[in-house]
Design a protein around this ligand. Sequence first.
Ligand code: KIV
Ligand code: ZN
Length: 533
Amino acid sequence: MHIQYMSDKNRVVIFDTTMRDGEQSPGASMSLEEKIQISRIFDELGIDVIEAGFPIASPGDFEAVTAISKILKNSIPAGLSRHTKKDIDACYESLKGAKRFRIHTFISTSALHMKHKLNKTPEEVTESIKEHVTYARKFTDDVEWSCEDGTRTDIDFMCKTVELAIKCGAKTINIPDTVGYTVPSEYTKIIKTLFNKVPNIDKAILSTHTHNDLGLAVANSLAGVSAGARQVECTINGIGERAGNAALEEIVMAMKTRPDLMPFSTGINTKLLSKASKVVSNATGFPVQFNKAIVGKNAFAHESGIHQDGMLKNRNTYEIMTPESVGVKKTSLVMGKHSGRHAFKDKLGDLGYSGITDDVIQTAFGKFKILADKKKHIYDEDIAALVDDSLIKEENVIKLKSLKVFAGTGEPQKADMTLEVYGDMKKASEIGDGPVDAIFKCIKKLYPHDVNLQLYQVHAVTEGTDAQATVSVRIEEKGKTTVGQAADTDTLVASANAYLNALNKMIIKRKKTAPPSSSSLTSSQGEQKMKGI
Ligand code: KIV
Ligand code: ZN
């Protein structure tokens, strides 16, 4: 891999850390199934290296890295480790199912972190680099080393540590702007200094890893590439610790749109960027802001009359890249109630759904027919919402069977509900502070549990009052969070299903199969992730 990339001097390696640094965003935890779904899309998207997790951090991370390592066809899986043999062993154990894999090991090098976080002297840190990079190399020749808090590290000390890491066998050297503190001119200087002062720098690829605390993550990464770095660490939608990481889609499209200034290439099939963004947003429950560059709902919308007029005369007047180039298709009226199963299946292929089971297609098709009776115009987005909804419900052990809601002025809001709970039909009726509250109370009565509702969000899938609503719900229990989603033309039905989806995921997360009557709902694994590394 390295030889191949190094021979093409303008090829930039895209290293995605959505499932590691991205998942470190508070509340962004993803289930194993969601990570597998994301990995399949990332593989197809053309990401070179996928940092699938931090294997020592939790059994869930270990399991995810193991599963992802086995399914990737083109991308190389990577796992993160601190400088301990146990961390590196966990990386190896979880990655060894892959044909090729990378171990990414890191230690802080800034005076501040060495003294206050590690309680180590610079000499001890240097010794640790020698020991752990050498140890990681026993398992693979693809070792990446990062100097955490790199941008606040004394530059002479950084040069020394980088030289040592390369000498011990690291093939990629990553310079994190851990706290999002640097600016493009400074980051350029750091990268250039490494090229000028580290004698063996030609034996490794330099990598950027920038955080967005000052809103400069993408600009800093691009500055790093212009200064000679040939790997970028980034995340879809820019999710990540605090203000996030550099957004993959922005970096890739900036290079693609301005080859006159940045003559670099990547292996990314940009037409899948929009899909990747949606899948990550669904899995994390983090909505994409409307005006987000490249993947926001309004990124290609032209509202003002002057702009629309210009666009009609010549698209180049106000469009620097086409929506199609990032996979945004014109909203199309796709199907009607007479469309058959075959056409429906073809449509799923067009929308980028591959490898879904016949059962899911059948369920989604059934829902499509029901929707077609209720809604006059069915768009691509409606179909996508139906399929996502069907994918989500595959493993639910608690299912909504019926719901009646009494809402409006004057009367107290009331919900009557029937749930199937582990095969048993159960009914409840509850009054609430609003219809959604009444619905959630019914669920709680029929399946007693104790979680915090962290997020409840409603989005319209398309325009119009008959649009489907997608509801996202995030719940938390003992530090574990799950996100549930559901779509329906009835917002209240979608709300009930979204909550149930989050609850079902919580049950799977605890790996318990018995209903609450025979076992308590307390967390068994204490799988609190190690955050704030
Ligand atoms: O921001 C950071 O320093 C990191 C390292 C672990 C690479 O995420
Ligand atoms: Zn980071």
